[in-house]
Design a protein. Structure first.
Length: 128
């Protein structure tokens, strides 16, 4: 099999699409990173993340549960208490690709933002 054929096979692989989908929602990686230190209650997650709406957090938690990356544990007590934590699969994502992305951002984040600012300036209409 040539390199081109293996590349085409990878692009057509639904596993690749499933994996890249994990990064298409802004808050999903942030919620995963916030859970890296251990299980958290929903209110604690929202406070620690900052800037996330209740709706966005709810949607992110549902998606991550559906992907098997987090688990929900309900405690039988009054009032009811629910905690969210990483599954083994979720921890492997946080400790692997998300950690690598975090390191990349530390080294290249300023250059990335500068390039975005430059591109935005180029898109501005020139005054006449």
């Amino acid at each position: 099999m040539s390199g081109y054929e293996s590349h085409r096979e990878l692009v057509a692989d639904c596993r690749v699409r499933a994996a890249t989908d994990l990064f298409t929602h802004t808050w999903d990686p942030v919620v995963l990173a916030a859970l890296h230190s251990g299980p958290r209650r929903r209110g604690d997650l929202r406070a620690d993340i900052g800037g996330i709406s209740d709706k966005a957090l709810t949607e992110a938690l549902r998606r991550l549960l559906g992907h098997g990356l987090i688990e929900r544990h309900r405690f039988a007590q009054a009032p009811p208490r629910v905690e969210y934590g990483l599954t083994r699969l979720g921890a492997s994502l946080v400790d692997g690709p998300l950690k690598a992305m975090g390191e990349w951002i530390l080294h290249h984040g300023d250059a990335l933002l500068a390039a975005q600012d430059d591109a935005a300036m180029e898109d501005q209409p020139t005054p006449t």
